[in-house]
Write a protein that binds this ligand. Structure first.
Ligand code: HT7
Ligand code: ZN
Length: 872
């Protein structure tokens, strides 16, 4: 397969002003008729280029006509899934009839079946699996869609826009016509048909228009959409208040489907959701999952402006809509709950997963310059690092100018398909802030390393920070340029108070430094005592920061920094320092020994009742095995696991009484609510239990079993079960069995059970995972189930990283099977194998062998791209 390059972008030679589609729905033989009102693109001048329409290997062309004239087979060609028509007029109506088989569409792209319904997924290039089309985001068209089906089986028939007509065909079937007045690219097209239940609501916009809101699910799930509906209304209000964006159509619909490759899809007026991101009830959904529902509902809704009204010119610009929309959904969640907690969670995820991507073989810029399969570029870099870029622009411009920039962007580009440069230009033009150098963030891959040293001159009361930046080489980018990095800094006295200083004619204790060169020194004057710097406050840039903090300084920052984020960051650094030593000891075969500073810091934290329980819980969470792997130069999974376990048990035994006390104090009384306050208490309570259960105090074991039995909500029940499994509770197996029996009718809960079971460490972890894949609740067609089992197995150190390589071989076997059935899913499952170069040599060689074995297969573009780049 060949690569597509950003530099080859050309405007489309044809435009499609109107798209009229008719779907005669049938499980295995759906006939799609399209009438495309086309004309040559005036931007191409006088051209005679042939018309080349995208298609897929899974669609069958029945016939093609131009202005009503049926083309004989010599007047068109089908080459490499493309329909080519050499001779066309300047303006014409092209009619295509195609036959598709939704029932056997296991790729879950285009039109497919999920349970008993029909649904679509067209981003990025799924529409070409429905009919021949100019399937690219810069071709925007007004769609009218007619759905014909047997109403007894498919009483609900939906598409984008407004329903304009409904009636009976001559054969007695029902037809429904939908018209979407907003021109859109084909990737935003959607169709759903099924026997669905609906929850209705109304939202009154700021200009007093009533919008009909509808959420559709399979009948047995309709009692689980209240939370999503409320989240939708909060999102609509927030977008009006924060960005001045009002909803445009008269109706907004969401549909939940069980089989879905990603989280959700922002189709115009008809969002389609993975049911795991929409359905929620206290009994079946954890706090984390509630928050995820809220943020995904918000994310997809926000796309109506940042993505749909203003869309991407080409797929290289994906972060234009995704980075901006992630930034918007993060800000929304932050406003709805706690700003610091949200920031810690987002940064922790970025530093674990995106930094690893940036350091691996698939590293790419936020605006990539080449791809083989675009589905592989829906990445943490495009989404999360893309959001960090928007956040940095927000920091550079300030709240008010950022809003002016956003207003200008929407005003300038409404109804257009544009680039990341257009976004930055609007921000620059509205604010007057020069973003020329800053734009390098879009084109340069890799995580910059920022190293800070300092000196304080007692005589002159001057404090200097010398800051250096360096970005390591990434594939295809051996040399790197310096970036414009905003570094928020605070100064703190050795007593823990804020310390003011003069810097650039401003007296403050909190500054934004603009690092633009490879090395710069920043001088602060009138600083009355030697400061401890609080660096990169709120994580003002996605970089790796190095400063030689002493343990005492970190403990001071942990207890005194006014920036909540950096208090967490100090605790993380303390734990990382401790764990690095333990990992080293494990690798050397030495006995474990720890410093007691972390224990002292945690003790103070547990005894301070004035602190926000959510923050205390976050600080107590030890750096994950995945994050420690990202930090390691050479990954030794067993050593990391052993070190982490030792530290947790040591802290647990030293502070068992405090953990028991905190556990009891933070029990939430009353009816379950997914609000910030209750979530915070549950989080601290369950974190305390996870430590207490690691201690020698037997009462903790009883508490775990009691909580499992008596919990009235999934957060507490699942926390108890997970703790039991992770601490080898004597009843862990019985609890797992009881949990399955209790929840076997709830697929989303069963997925949690599958994941936890697959992650359970044992001598025969692989055997256990194989048995799970034979379990009646498992279904290879369902991506959520595959991700649960294989994702859980990926966290199973003894099983996945078994020294005989059997864990890697098993994952490779699954990838090979899924490569044909569902290439997008298969390709994502490759991620753990792409880290092979960083593993210790005896494991690395085995992982590499499995990648080579996969590469020898007849591969989809998706899997080929990831595996071949990993081996390069
Ligand atoms: N914009 C949506 C992306 C998406 C997707 C991409 C590839 C394959 C399947 C997919 N499902 C959804 C989701 C979003 O970012 O909002
Ligand atoms: Zn998105």
């Amino acid at each position: 397969p060949s690569a597509i390059l950003l530099k080859d972008y050309k405007v489309p030679p044809f435009l499609i002003d109107k798209t009229e589609l008719t779907f005669d729905l049938d499980e295995t033989n759906t006939v799609v008729t399209s009438h495309l009102h086309m004309r040559r693109n005036p931007a191409c001048g006088k051209s005679t280029q042939p018309l080349v329409l995208d298609g897929g290997e899974d669609i069958k062309l029945i016939g093609v006509a131009m202005d009503g004239y049926t083309l004989p087979s010599e007047e068109y060609r089908l080459v490499d899934d493309k329909l080519i028509i050499t001779a066309t007029a300047d303006e014409f109506v092209l009619t295509c009839e195609t036959l598709i088989d939704p029932q056997n569409n296991t790729r879950l792209e285009g039109l497919y079946r999920s349970s008993s319904m029909f649904c679509t997924q067209c981003e990025a290039e799924g529409f070409r699996h429905i009919t021949y089309y100019l399937d690219r985001p810069d071709v925007m068209s007004v769609f009218t869609t007619t759905i014909i089906a047997d109403e007894t089986r498919y009483p609900v028939m939906l598409s984008n826009g407004n329903e304009t007509e409904r009636g009976k065909t001559d054969e007695g079937k029902t037809f429904v016509v939908w018209h979407d007045p907003f021109p859109k690219p084909a990737y935003l097209f959607a169709l759903v048909a099924g026997d669905l239940a609906v929850k209705n609501d109304v939202f009154t916009t700021q200009s007093k228009r009533d919008i009909k809101l509808q959420i559709f699910t399979e009948r047995h799930n309709i009692d689980k959409v209240n939370y999503a509906m409320e989240a939708l209304k909060r999102s609509m209000r927030w977008d009006e208040e924060t960005y001045g964006r009002e909803y445009d159509l008269d109706i907004f619909m969401i549909v939940a489907v069980d089989d879905f490759n990603m989280g959700a899809m922002e189709n115009k007026g008809l969002n389609i959701f993975n049911s795991s991101c929409l359905l929620a009830s206290p009994e079946t959904t954890t706090d984390d999952a509630f928050l995820r529902v809220e943020s995904v509902v918000a994310h997809e809704y926000f796309h109506n402006w940042s993505g749909n009204r203003v869309t991407c010119r080409d797929w290289f610009q994906l972060s234009l809509k995704e980075g901006f929309t992630v930034f918007r959904d993060q800000s929304f969640s932050s406003d709805m709950h706690s700003e610091t907690v949200k920031r810690v969670e987002d940064v922790s995820f970025l530093k674990t997963a995106q930094f690893a991507e940036d350091a691996g073989p698939m590293a790419h810029p936020v605006r990539p310059s080449s791809y083989i399969e675009i589905s592989n570029f829906y990445t943490l870099t495009v989404y999360e690092k893309g959001a960090e870029i928007v956040r940095m622009i927000h920091t550079l411009l300030g709240e008010e100018a950022f809003r002016k920039g956003s207003d200008l962007y929407f005003e300038r580009h409404d109804g257009q398909a544009v680039t990341c440069d257009d976004f930055v230009a609007a921000m620059q033009d509205a604010s007057g802030v020069d973003l020329t150098l800053f734009k390098r963030w879009y084109s340069q891959a890799g995580t910059p390393v920022v190293t800070v040293t300092d000196e304080y001159d007692e005589q002159t009361k001057t404090y200097r920070l010398t800051v250096k930046q360096h970005t390591p080489a990434t594939p295809a980018q051996p040399t790197k340029l310096s970036l414009h990095i905003p570094i928020r800094v605070g100064l703190i006295s050795e007593q823990g108070d804020a310390l003011t200083a003069d810097f650039h004619n401003e007296r403050s204790d909190d500054f934004v430094l603009h690092l633009k060169d490879n090395e710069q020194t920043f001088e602060f004057t009138s600083v009355h005592s030697k400061p401890i710097p609080s660096l990169l406050r709120s994580f003002s840039a996605p970089v790796k920061l190095h400063y030689e903090y002493t343990t005492e300084q970190l403990l001071l920052l942990l207890s005194c920094d006014s920036d909540g984020f950096n208090r967490w960051s100090a605790a993380q650094q303390l734990a990382v320092n401790e764990l690095s030593q333990l990992i080293q000891q494990a690798e050397n075969g030495d006995a474990f020994s720890i410093d007691s500073n972390l224990v002292a810091g945690f003790k103070a934290l547990l005894e301070d009742e004035t602190l926000d329980p959510a923050m205390v819980a976050l600080i107590l969470k030890l750096p994950s095995q995945a994050y420690l792997s990202e930090l390691a130069e050479v990954i030794d999974p067993q050593a990391i696991k052993g070190a982490r376990h030792f530290l947790k048990v040591t802290i647990a035994n030293a502070l068992a009484a405090q953990f028991a006390d905190v556990y009891k104090k933070h029990v939430v009384m009353g009816k379950y609510q997914a609000n910030a306050q209750d979530i915070a208490h549950r989080s601290l309570k369950n974190t305390a239990l996870s430590y207490w259960a690691e201690s020698a105090d037997q009462r903790a074991q009883t508490a775990v079993a009691e909580q499992f039995k008596q919990a009235d909500n999934m957060t507490d029940q699942f926390a108890a079960l997970s703790i039991a499994v992770k601490t080898n509770h004597k009843s862990a197996q019985n609890m797992l069995t009881a949990f399955y029996e209790q929840w076997k009718a709830e697929p989303l809960v069963v997925n949690k059970w599958l994941m936890l079971s697959a992650s359970q460490e044992s001598d025969d972890a692989l055997g256990a995972v194989k048995a799970l894949m034979e379990h009646p609740s498992f279904d290879l067609k369902n991506p959520n189930k595959v991700r649960s089992v294989l994702g859980g197995f990926g966290q199973n150190t003894s099983g996945f990283h078994h020294k005989d390589g059997s864990g890697y071989q098993f994952l490779a076997d699954q990838i090979i099977v899924l490569n044909k059935r569902n290439p997008q899913l298969a390709s994502r499952l490759c991620t753990p194998l792409t880290r092979w170069k960083k593993l210790k040599p005896e494991l690395s060689v085995q992982m590499k062998q499995q990648l080579e074995r996969i590469l020898a297969e007849d591969l989809s573009k998706d899997v080929y791209e990831v595996v071949s780049k990993s081996l390069a």
